[in-house]
Design a protein around this ligand. Structure first.
Ligand code: TXA
Ligand code: MG
Length: 341
C-alpha cells in the first residue's frame, strides 16, 4: 500500500477524512503522541489498526472524539465525575474510562470490556480531522507494538509506511508522552497510566484518586490491559541514571568498547563536558522538555547500529516526573546504572 503524506491545510485534512470514511487507516497528530486513526464504528477499519501495529487483540483502543456529543453516541448518561473531569481537562491530555451502552461499540474496540476509554485532544488538527470524518476514531499510539510512541511524522513513517493509507504531518508533538488514563468506574477513581495531567491536578477537581501504575507487580493482573506488555523498548539495554550517578556513569561509558548512548539534561551535559559530542542526546532543561524528547532519543539510538547500551537520566518521582519515569521504567525494564555493573 502506498502511504500518502498529508500536511495540515484544510484540503489535506478533508482528503484524509475521506479516507477514514472509506474505512482506511490514517495516522494523526495529537499534543501527546501521534495516533493511528480509523472509524471507531467500523469493525473492518479497526481490525486494520491492530494489523498495522501488530497489537494483541485483547488490548483495547481509545476512542478519540472532537466534542462531548460524540461520547453521548455511546453513553446514555455521562457520570458526574466525568462531567467534572471534562469541564476541567478537555480538550487535553486526559483519557477517561467509563461504561458504555451495551452493544454500542464493537468488542474489537473495547477488548470485550464493559468499559471504554474516551479522549478529546487539545490539538486542533486532531479535532478538525474527526469533525470532517464525522465519526469518532480509534487512536492508539502510531508505533509498532512494543516500540516507543511516535512524536514526529517521520517516526510514524518509519514504523507504518506501506501499512496504512496516510500520515498527517503536524511536526513534533508538544507533550511527548501519552495521555493520563483514569478509570472512573472504580469506587475510588484510578489512574492507570500517568501523563501530563497529574494526580494532584485530578484530586483538586474530584477528590481522592488512586494510582494503579504505582503498584502493579509482575504477578498481579494489570488494570489497563496494555500494562502487561513490554513497552518502549529499544533492542539494546537501557539503564536509568540518577543525577548523582552521572559522573560514575560517564567514566563507565568511556571505558566500554562499544559506544554508549547518553540521554541527559543540558545541565549534566555541560557539567561533564559532553556538549556537541556524538552519542549524546539532550533532554533539554527539565522534566517537561525531557518528556517531549524521551521517545525520540530512544528511537534515535535504536536506529544507530553502533550503540550497544543507552544511559538515560532519571528524574524525581513527582508531578510529570511520574509519567516520565513510568515510560523510562518500561524501556529499561526497571534497571538502574550501577558502578558495579
Ligand atoms: O495520548 C494518547 O493517549 C495517545 C494518543 C494517540 O491519543 N494514544 C494512546 O493509545 O496512547 P494506546 O492505545 O497506545 O494506549 C491506551 C491505553 C492502553 O494501555 C490500553 O490498554 C488502555 O489505554 N485502555 C484502553 N481502553 C481501556 C479500558 N476500557 N480499560 C482499561 N484500559 C484501557
Ligand atoms: Mg501505545
Amino acid at each position: 500500500m502506498e502511504t500518502k503524506m498529508f500536511k495540515t491545510a484544510t484540503t489535506d485534512l478533508a482528503a484524509a477524512a475521506e479516507l477514514i470514511k472509506k474505512g482506511q487507516v490514517i495516522a494523526f497528530p495529537t499534543e501527546t503522541v501521534y495516533g493511528l486513526g480509523a472509524d471507531a464504528t467500523k469493525e473492518s477499519a479497526v481490525k486494520k489498526v491492530f494489523a498495522a501495529k501488530n497489537r494483541p487483540s485483547d488490548n483495547p483502543l481509545i476512542v478519540t472524539v472532537a466534542n462531548v456529543e460524540m461520547v453521548k453516541r455511546f453513553v446514555s448518561e455521562i457520570p458526574a465525575i466525568a462531567e467534572k473531569l471534562i469541564a476541567n481537562f478537555w480538550p487535553g491530555s486526559l483519557t477517561i474510562i467509563m461504561r458504555y451502552n451495551e452493544g454500542a461499540l464493537s468488542p474489537i474496540v473495547t477488548g470485550g470490556l464493559p468499559t471504554v476509554a474516551f479522549r478529546l485532544p487539545e490539538n486542533e488538527v486532531t479535532r478538525q480531522l474527526i469533525t470532517l470524518a464525522d465519526t469518532p476514531i480509534v487512536g492508539p499510539s502510531a508505533n509498532t507494538s512494543g516500540k516507543p510512541s511516535p512524536t514526529t511524522a517521520q517516526h510514524v513513517w518509519h514504523d507504518m509506511h506501506g501499512k496504512i493509507a496516510g500520515i498527517i504531518d503536524d511536526g513534533a508533538t508538544a507533550v511527548g508522552v501519552e495521555s493520563t488514563v483514569i478509570d472512573i468506574t472504580t469506587d475510588v477513581p484510578t489512574i492507570l497510566r500517568p501523563g501530563a495531567v497529574t494526580q494532584e491536578a485530578l484530586e483538586a477537581v474530584i477528590g481522592a484518586v488512586n494510582s494503579e501504575h504505582r503498584k502493579v507487580g509482575a504477578d498481579e493482573t494489570p488494570k489497563a490491559p496494555g500494562m502487561k506488555y513490554r513497552h518502549y523498548a529499544p533492542d539494546v539495554p537501557v539503564y536509568m541514571v540518577t543525577p548523582d550517578q552521572w559522573p560514575a556513569a560517564i567514566i563507565w561509558a568511556q571505558q566500554q568498547l562499544e559506544p554508549v548512548g547518553i540521554m541527559a539534561t543540558d545541565e549534566i551535559i555541560e557539567a561533564n563536558h559532553l556538549a556537541g559530542m556524538d552519542f549524546v542526546w539532550s533532554l533539554g532543561t527539565d522534566v517537561t522538555t525531557a518528556n517531549a524528547k524521551l521517545f525520540a532519543g530512544l528511537r534515535y539510538f535504536d536506529e544507530r547500529d553502533d550503540v550497544e547500551t543507552i544511559l538515560v537520566h532519571h528524574f524525581a518521582d513527582e508531578g510529570v516526573g511520574l509519567a516520565y519515569n513510568n515510560r523510562l521504567g518500561k524501556a529499561s525494564s526497571g534497571q538502574y546504572f550501577d558502578v558495579e555493573m
